[in-house]
Structures are given as C-alpha cells and as structure tokens.
Design a protein around this ligand. Structure first.
Ligand code: NAD
Length: 519
C-alpha cells in the first residue's frame, strides 16, 4: 500500500465533500470495510482550534448504522479469531510499517483538528506506534500455561482466547496514541473492534483505519462509528459487546464504567489527573526547571500526564523567578507554525473554563506570577490560545488545586519537608502520575515507595510506561482492574480456557464409576 496524501483541505476517502448544502467536508463511518456517508440528520462541527474555522462535520451515527457496525464486528469475529496467530501478527507487522511511512500525514491531521504542534503530534503518533510494535509480540504474549502429570496420565493446560466484540471510546487530546492503545491490542488477540473516536478529532482514527485495512485486516474486524452520548450508551448497553476501553474525563468514565459493568461487560477506564512534580533543593536546577516547564506547558497542558502542580520543597522555592522566566520564553502559536512550543486549547469553552480557574486562584488568595489569559497570537486572533500561566501561593483547598485544569497552567505549592510534600500528593484524589526531582537516591527511593500514585518518575517529568509495561494510573484516575497495553492489555482483551486432559493406556480403563471427588 502506498503513502496516503493528506492536505489541509482534507480530501480523502474517509473525509469527503459534503452532500449537503455547504462545502464543508464530512467524516464518513467505517462499516464492514467501507467508508460510508452517514444518513444522520445530526452533525457536529469540527473546528481548527487555532482559527475556530469549521473544517469538517462529523455525524452522530444513527441507530441503524451502529447496529450495522455491530453486525459486521460480530460476523467477522469467528474467522478472525480462527485466523492463525502468525497471520494476525503479519497484519500488525505491516501496520506498524504503514504507520511509520504515514506518520507525518497523521500528525498533520492531528494538528489541524486538535491544535497541538506538529512535532508534538508526531510524538502522539509515535507513542501509539510503539503499542502497535509491541502488539507484534503477541505470539509470546498470548501463550497459556501448562502443567504435565498433575496426576497419573493427566495434564493441565490453558489457552488465552479472545472475548468477541470489544469497543473503545477515546478522548480528544491524543487522537492517534489512545485509539492505538485500544484496537491493535484487542484485534491482535483475535477480537473484532468497534471504535468511537472523539467527535472533536476523528480524522487521525479514520486514517489509521485506512492504513489497517491496507495492512490486510479483513472487513468487519474494525468498525468505526461517530457520535456522543447516544453512541456511548449504545456501546455500554449492547449485549454483543464484551469489553469497553475508555479514556477521558471522570464525568464520562465513571458513567461508562457503571453503565457498562451493569450490562455485564469488562470496562477499563483511564480518567483525569492532577500530577505533582516534587522539587527537592538538591535537584539539578537546570534540568529540573526545563523539565517542569516542558511537562507543564507542552501540548498546552492538555495531557493527562501533564505535570500541572509543582511542590517546591525548602530552598527550591527560591527557583520560582527562574521558572517564570523560562515559561515566558515559550512561543505560543498555531501548531503548524515553525517554532511553536504550544498551540491553542481545543475549544473556546475550554479556554473560558481555564481562564475561570485562573480567576478563581486570584479570588481565593493565590498569586498569578505569569498570566496567559490575555495573550494575542498574530494572525490567529480567533484561536483558543492561553499563554503559559503560573499560579503560586496555592493551597490544597483552592479550586485551582482541586480541579484538573487541562490547560497551560502550573500551580505551585511550597512545603518545608519531603514528608509534607508526600502528604499533599497522597491526599489528592487522583493517582495518575507524579515525579520527584532530586540528586539523592535515598530521597528518590523514599518518595517512590511512599507516594500513592500509579506512575512515578525519578528525574523524569512524564513517566508514561513503554508498552511492554502497562499504563498504571491509580485511585480516581482509573476504574477497572486491568490496565491498558502491555501484559495487562492482553489480559483485558482475552479470557482463559483451561483443559484437563487424561490419556490412559488402553489396559488402564476404569472398572467402576468414580462417584467421589478425587483426592
Ligand atoms: P471526555 O470525557 O469529554 O470525552 C471522552 C469520550 O467520552 C469522548 O469520546 C466523548 O464523546 C465521550 N463523552 C464525553 N462526555 C460524555 C458523557 N457525559 N457521557 C458519555 N460519554 C461522554 O474527555 P476529553 O475532554 O475528550 O479528554 C480529556 C480528559 O481525558 C481529561 O480529563 C484527561 O485527563 C483525560 N485523559 C486521561 C488519560 C489517561 O490515560 N488517564 C489520557 C488522556 C486523557
């Protein structure tokens, strides 16, 4: 398969000129191996966040379309589950190659719809690609267990088998990486998959579906529907869906976890965060300040692993002015402009929410050391830009501390000791990620052991585990018991069948019925 061309006019088989009155392109559904125009009368506008121009429309799939997608997934399942694991692995091997070849095109779509810088969008694809690469080791990952001779002539062994139809519901902030946490892992295990991308950024998922088809995935193994609440409810309720992978906000995640579980499904839900970076006075100052600024403001803070809260311990509080200087130097611009460090927020509503949370800091007694609320970006005056913002003198009872801001805002707390810092982090309900900056191994070890957070960085600001491990956010950042990707991901998308087998020599047949439990 050849390279897929994407222009900013988004003309492609999955993103087509509208049959309706305007010339705005429409996003298609992907059903049974075909990119099809929805018959829906409900459409959602997709905006370029740097300009707020409408660049496309995405349908809210009709009930009939969603049913057709499930019928297709269900029909494709038996043959796909029976396809040899080596053949499924070959599809994924071709897929990783096609993603590499089209990485820049996928990234352009991400920047257009989501706003992040092109370089960061390439990182978005790259981190998803690593999951696809890892899924290629399915031949080892799906092995069951064996135990010979558990009693005379009897052996015990287990198979790891697919579940059936699985579904995924994705957020807007990683349009490629997060869908790639889901369908490649599920499909390589032999499941078929119904994907619902974020209605704000469907383009990357559509291109990824095209590349998967070009890699040889049979029709029906991946279906894509679009929409919001109705599509989500459909997924939670449909009896043919066995498992749901969700990533997004707590509001949606808790709802989906409860509704999906009530209908007997496995659900894994990665949700919101408030990630603390604890800065010890013995840390390497230069590295720490650069890492803090990068991790707080990169992607305009729209990362679930953004380091959005700094806890400066002891003398480290003296570094605040330098932190502000570094943040001031970041360049805010449209994501496709050369040199941009951070782009716009996803919507005007997101910008308003972030600005309101900054306002709340002022009202509740915090100090705004750097204020990005009034930033104007030349040539992009209608974009949803907020510049890097630093709020100091923040206390744990303030709204700007309690809420996930999800914007380019760093809130700063100060403590005298490491123990106080640990207490703050552990009292926060979220447990997604955290980092400590120190040159003292004993301090790092103490922090890593006492902090109640699922992903800990030691001098690493955004400790997202590589895909041979799993994404292990905890407490309010996660619902479910089996995490995304890595061994846990394989476990989530498979079930065990255990076989107890006896083959006796002919002359050793039972002489009477065995009515007692064997001892
Ligand atoms: P969101 O919850 O608004 O949307 C996620 C998905 O859920 C979308 O597909 C959307 O259509 C659907 N949805 C939205 N509201 C819903 C509702 N009320 N009921 C049912 N479905 C609903 O999230 P978002 O704004 O797209 O993403 C940002 C959030 O995602 C942040 O909270 C961020 O921390 C979180 N996130 C978490 C991780 C993680 O791994 N922990 C990764 C990325 C993003």
């Amino acid at each position: 398969a050849s390279r897929v061309q994407v222009s900013s006019k988004v003309k492609s088989p999955w993103y087509s000129a509208s049959p309706f009155s305007s010339s705005v392109p429409t996003v298609k559904l992907f059903i049974d191996g075909k990119f099809v125009e929805s018959k829906s009368d409900k459409w959602i506008d997709i905006h370029n966040p740097a300009t707020n121009e409408v660049i496309g429309r995405v349908p809210q799939a009709t009930k009939a379309e969603m049913d057709a997608a499930i019928v297709s997934c269900k029909r494709a399942f038996p043959a796909w589950a029976d396809t040899s694991i080596l053949s499924r692995q070959q599809v994924l091997l071709r897929y990783q190659q096609l993603i590499k070849e089209n990485l820049k095109e996928i990234a352009k779509l991400i920047t257009l719809e989501q706003g992040k810088t092109l370089a960061d969008a390439e990182g978005d694809v790259f981190r998803g690609l690593q999951v696809v690469e890892h899924a290629c080791s399915v031949t080892s990952l799906m092995m069951g267990e064996t135990m010979p001779s558990i009693t005379k002539d009897m052996d015990l062994y287990s198979y790891r088998l697919p579940l059936g139809v699985c579904a995924g519901i994705a957020p807007f902030n990683f349009p490629a990486m997060i869908p790639l946490w889901m369908f490649p892992m599920a499909m390589v295990c032999g499941n078929t998959f119904l994907m619902k991308p974020s209605e704000r950024v469907p383009g990357a998922t559509m291109l990824l579906a095209k590349l998967l088809q070009d890699s040889g995935a049979p029709d029906g193994t991946l279906n894509i529907i679009h929409g919001q609440h109705e599509a989500v409810n459909f997924i939670c309720d449909h009896p043919d869906i066995k498992a749901i992978s969700f990533v997004g906000s707590n509001q949606a995640g808790e709802y989906i976890f409860e509704r999906g579980s009530r209908h007997g499904k496995r659900v894994q839900a990665n949700m919101g965060a408030k990630n603390h970076g604890v800065v010890m006075p013995d840390a390497n100052k230069e590295n720490t300040l650069n890492q803090l600024v990068g991790a707080a403001f990169g992607a305009a803070g729209q990362r679930c692993m953004a380091l959005s809260t700094a806890v400066l311990v002891g003398e480290a509080k003296k570094w605040l002015p330098e932190l502000v200087e570094r943040a001031k130097n970041l360049r805010v611009n449209a994501g496709d402009q050369p040199g941009a460090d951070l782009g716009p927020l996803i919507t005007p509503q997101a910008k308003e929410r972030v600005c309101n949370l900054i306002d709340s800091g002022t009202k509740e007694g915090a100090s705004i050391l750097l204020d990005g609320r009034k930033i104007k970006v030349k040539g992009y005056e209608n974009g949803n830009f907020v510049g890097p913002t630093i709020i100091s003198n923040v206390k744990p009872n303030m709204t700007c501390y309690k809420e996930e801001i999800f914007g380019p805002v760093l809130v700063v707390l100060e403590t005298e000791t490491l123990d106080e810092a640990i207490q703050i982090v552990n009292n926060n309900p979220y447990g997604n990620g955290t980092a400590i900056f120190t040159t003292n191994g004993a301090t790092a070890r103490k922090y890593a052991h006492l902090v109640d957070v699922g992903q800990v960085g030691v001098n690493v600001p955004i400790p997202v585990p590589l895909p041979m491990f799993s994404f292990t956010g905890s407490r309010s950042s996660f619902r479910g018991d089996t995490n995304f990707y890595g061994k846990q991901g394989i476990q989530f998308y498979t079930q065990l069948k255990t076989i107890t087998s006896q083959w006796k020599e002919e002359d050793a047949t039972l002489s009477s019925p065995a009515v007692v439990m064997p001892t």
